[in-house]
Ligand binder design. Structure first.
Ligand code: FAD
Length: 674
C-alpha cells in the first residue's frame, strides 16, 4: 500500500539520533515522519543510563543550545548529577547525569508526541525506495515490513546497532538489534545491494545486578553534587532551559573493585571468549573496553574500579559500570560474585557484545547526505560512532540538513547572520571546528573515517578553549534561531543572558579603580597586592587570583552591580523556590563575565588563528575537479582526493595521507585556474 501522504523528511529509527533528527526537522517546519520498530522504545538507552561526561557533555549542551531534547529529558530524569573535572579549567569541565531510564524515555516520548509537524509510526523498515541510478540516484521513500510505502523527499537513516546485528554471549550468538529487540536484516541487505561502503563494529554491555543482592556496606558511596556529601553544594542543571526543580529524587552511585580472583576467573574464560576466539569480527571501542579486554591488555593491573549505578527510582536494577563482557554466562556469574559487595549478587540480565554494520562516514557529504544516493542521510551509530550524545548531535545535524535540503528544493532559503552564514551553503549547514564539538565530530568522521567506534573527547577539539559547555548557548543559539530550531521562550531567555553579560562586561570596563581611593588592606585582600596606577575592573578581573565576587566586595560593595547583587543577597536570606532560577541566572552571567576576562588572552589568540586559517579552511574545491589530472600531486594523493572528494581545502588537509605539501600544490593548481 502507498501511504496517502508524502513527507518532507522520513526518519528511520527512534534512538537518540532518530529522535533528535525528527524533532529538529519538525521544528524547522518540515512535515516529518519518525518510523521505528517500536514506539515503546523511542529514546531507549541501550546501555548504561547516563548522559554526558567529558566531551559528551559538551555535545549535549550544544544540542540543547539549538533546541534539542536530550538535555531537558536528562534534567527531568536525572537521579544523580555531577560536574566532572570541576577543579580544572572551564574548557574541560563537563556535566554528567545518571538517568532513570524509564523517566528519560517518557520525557523523550512526550516531547515527540507534542511536537507539531511530527508523525510517529511503528513498523520495521525493510527497504528504501530509490529512483534513478548512477549519479542521479535519489531516495524517494521507505517501505515497511508489511509493505507500506511511505514517500518522502528525504530519508534520515539512524538504525543504530540494528543493521545485521548479532549478539554474542560466549560462543553462542543470535541475531538481534540489542537484547530484546529484532535486528534489521532486510534493510542491511538492501544497503549492501546499494553498494554503500560498510564494515562491522562491535560494542558490549555488562550483566545487570539486582540491587537487593548487593552488599552496599562494602562499597564506597558516591553522592552527586548538590546533595549531602557531594563534591559541590551546587546541584548541576543540564539544559539552558532546565532548573533543579525538574530533577527527581537524587540517589547515590557506589564504588567497588575487581580483584586478582576476578581476573583469574576472567582469564579462565578466554578460550570461550567470542573476542579472543575470532567469533567477533567487528572492532570494539578502545576507550570503553570489555573487562576481558582490560585484563588482557593491562595484565599488570591487579584491580579495576567498578561503579554500581542505579538504573532508576522504580527498579532494583543496577548497572555495574566497568565489567562489560561477552564471556560465557558461567564465567560472568563467577566473575560478578568474586567482587566485594557482589558475593551474593543475582544477575538480572547477562552481559553481551553486539556486532553490527556501520557505513564508512568518509562516503558522506559534509551534510551527512550519502554521496551515492541523493536525499539519503545517515546519522548516529550507523556512522561508526558510539554513545548517545554523539548519536543525538549527529541526529540533530542530519535532521537540520534534510530539512534545509527540502527547503532549498522549494526555493526556500535561510537568511543567516554573518556568524551563521559562514557555515551555511544554501542547502546545508555545517558548524566549523572552532564553533562546536558538533563541527569537530562531523569533520573528523567525514575526513578521517573510523577504525573503531568513535567517541568524543575534549582532546579532539583544537579550539577547545572556546568550545566550552558554559558557552554552548553563545555559540549556537543564534544560528539555531535563524535556522528555525529555537522557540520564543528559549530565545527570550538567551537574549536576556547575552545582554546581561554584555552590559556587565561593559560596566566593568567603564569603572576605574584609583589606588588613592583604595585602602591598602582592601587591596591586599582582594587583589593580593596594592596597585600602582588606575585600572578598570575588567583589567583587574583578568588577574589570576582576582575573583568577580572579590571585586564586588571592594570598598563595602562600592562597585557591585545592584541588580545582580540584590538577587544573590536574597539567596542567603533564604529564597522562595521560584527565585532560585534568578540565582542560577546571575551565577551564569557572572561565570561568563569571569571566564571571558580570565581567558581573554588565550581566546583572542585562538580567534586570530581561526581567522588566519579561515580563507584556506573554507576555500571550496570544485565538485568536478579531476584530481587524476593534477599531475603535480603524488598518485596516492590523487587517488585519495578522487575517492573522498573533500568539499573544502580544510577538509582535504585532514584526510589521512594528505600532507601540507599536497595542500600547497593544490592551492597553486587552484590559483592557476587549471
Ligand atoms: P540506537 O539507539 O541503537 O537506536 C536505533 C533505533 O532504530 C532503535 O529505535 C531501533 O528500533 C530503530 N531501528 C533500527 N533499524 C530499524 C528499522 N529497519 N526499521 C525501524 N526502526 C529501526 N554507548 C556508549 O557511549 N557507551 C557504552 O558503553 C555503550 N555500550 C553499548 C552496549 C550495547 C549492547 C549497545 C547496543 C549499545 C551501546 N552503546 C554504548 C551505544 C549506544 O547505545 C549507541 O551509541 C546509541 O544508542 C546510538 O544511538 P542511535 O540513535 O544511533 O541508535
Amino acid at each position: 500500500m502507498l501511504y496517502p501522504q508524502e513527507f518532507d523528511v522520513i526518519v528511520v529509527g527512534g534512538g537518540h539520533a532518530g529522535t533528535e533528527a525528527a524533532l529538529a526537522a519538525a521544528r524547522m517546519g518540515s512535515k516529518t515522519l519518525l518510523l521505528s520498530h517500536n514506539i515503546e522504545t523511542l529514546g531507549q538507552m541501550s546501555c548504561n543510563p547516563s548522559i554526558g561526561g567529558i566531551g559528551k557533555g559538551h555535545l549535549v549542551k550544544e544540542v540543547d543550545a539549538m533546541g534539542g531534547a536530550m538535555a531537558l529529558a536528562t534534567d527531568e530524569s536525572g537521579i544523580q548529577f555531577r560536574i566532572l573535572n570541576s577543579s580544572k579549567g572551564p574548557a574541560v569541565r563537563a556535566t554528567r547525569a545518571q538517568a532513570d531510564r524509564v523517566l528519560y524515555k517518557a520525557a523523550i516520548r512526550r516531547m515527540l508526541e507534542n511536537q507539531p509537524n511530527l508523525w510517529l509510526f511503528q513498523q520495521a523498515v525493510d527497504d528504501l525506495m530509490v529512483e534513478g541510478d548512477g549519479d542521479g540516484a535519489r531516495v524517494v521513500g521507505a517501505v515497511t515490513q508489511v509493505g507500506i510505502q511511505f514517500r518522502g523527499k528525504t530519508v534520515v537513516l539512524t538504525a543504530g546497532t540494528f543493521l545485521d546485528g548479532k549478539i554474542h554471549v560466549g560462543l553462542n550468538n543470535y541475531a538481534a538489534g540489542r537484547a530484546g529487540d529484532p535486528p534489521a536484516v532486510s534493510l542491511s541487505a538492501r544497503l549492501k545491494e546499494l553498494k554503500l561502503p560498510q564494515g562491522r563494529l562491535k560494542t558490549g554491555t555488562p550483566p545487570r545486578i539486582d540491587g537487593r543482592s548487593i552488599d552496599f556496606s562494602k562499597c564506597i558511596e558516591q553522592p552527586g553534587d548538590g546533595v549531602a556529601g557531594g563534591m559541590s553544594d551546587v546541584m548541576p542543571v543540564v539544559s539552558f532551559m532546565g532548573n533543579t526543580a525538574m530533577h527527581p529524587q537524587q540517589v547515590p552511585c557506589w564504588i567497588t573493585h575487581t580483584n586478582e580472583r576476578t581476573h583469574d576467573i576472567i582469564r579462565s574464560g578466554f578460550d570461550r571468549s567470542p573476542m579472543f576466539t575470532g567469533k567477533i569480527e567487528g572492532v570494539g571501542p578502545r576507550y570503553c573496553p570489555s573487562v576481558e579486554d582490560k585484563i588482557n591488555r593491562f595484565a599488570d593491573k591487579d584491580s579495576h574500579q567498578i561503579f554500581l549505578e542505579p538504573e532508576g527510582l522504580t527498579t532494583h536494577e543496577y548497572y555495574p559500570n566497568g565489567i562489560s563482557t561477552s564471556l560465557p554466562f558461567d564465567i560472568q556469574y563467577e566473575l560478578v560474585r568474586s567482587i566485594a559487595s557482589l558475593e551474593n549478587a543475582h544477575i538480572l540480565r547477562p552481559g553481551y557484545a553486539i556486532e553490527y554494520d556501520y557505513f564508512d562516514p568518509r562516503s558522506l557529504k559534509s551534510s551527512f547526505e550519502t554521496r551515492q544516493i541523493g536525499g539519503l542521510f545517515f546519522a548516529g551509530q550507523i556512522n561508526g560512532t558510539t554513545g548517545y550524545e554523539e548519536a543525538a548531535a549527529q541526529g540533530m545535524f542530519a535532521g537540520i540538513n534534510a530539512a534545509l535540503q527540502v527547503r532549498a528544493m522549494g526555493g526556500g532559503n535561510v537568511a543567516l547572520s554573518a556568524a551563521g552564514a559562514a557555515s551555511y551553503t544554501g542547502s546545508s549547514w555545517l558548524p566549523g571546528r572552532d564553533q562546536a564539538y558538533l563541527g569537530v565530530l562531523v569533520d573528523d568522521l567525514i575526513t578521517k573515517g573510523v577504525t573503531e567506534p568513535y567517541r568524543m573527547f575534549t582532546s579532539r577539539a583544537e579550539f577547545r578553549l572556546q568550545l566550552r559547555e558554559d558557552n554552548a548557548d553563545a555559540r549556537l543559539t543564534e544560528v539555531g534561531r535563524e535556522l528555525g530550531l529555537v522557540d520564543n521562550a528559549r530565545w527570550d531567555a538567551f537574549c536576556r543572558k547575552r545582554d546581561a553579560v554584555s552590559r556587565e562586561t561593559e560596566r566593568l570596563r567603564s569603572i576605574w579603580v584609583n589606588p588613592r581611593n583604595l585602602a591598602a588592606d582592601e587591596s591586599e585582600r582582594v587583589l593580593g597586592k596594592s596597585i600602582e596606577h588606575e585600572y578598570n575592573l575588567a583589567d583587574l578581573l583578568r588577574r589570576p587570583n582576582v575573583s568577580y565576587g572579590g571585586l564586588m566586595s571592594l570598598d563595602h560593595g562600592k562597585y557591585a552591580n545592584r541588580d545582580l547583587l540584590d538577587t544573590v543577597s536574597r539567596e542567603t536570606a533564604g529564597l522562595p523556590a521560584t527565585d532560585l532560577a534568578e540565582v542560577a541566572f546571575v551565577a551564569a552571567v557572572v561565570e561568563q563575565v569571569e571566564i571571558a576576562a580570565k581567558y581573554s588572552g588565550y581566546i583572542d589568540r585562538q580567534k586570530d588563528e581561526v581567522e588566519r586559517a579561515a580563507h584556506y579552511e573554507n576555500l571550496r574545491l570544485p565538485e568536478d575537479l579531476d584530481y587524476m589530472q593534477v599531475t603535480a600531486l603524488s598518485i596516492e594523493a590523487r587517488q585519495r582526493l578522487s575517492k573522498f572528494k573533500p568539499e573544502t581545502l580544510g577538509q582535504a588537509s585532514r584526510l589521512s595521507g594528505i600532507t601540507p605539501a599536497t595542500i600547497s600544490l593544490l592551492m597553486i593548481h587552484l590559483r592557476k585556474g587549471n
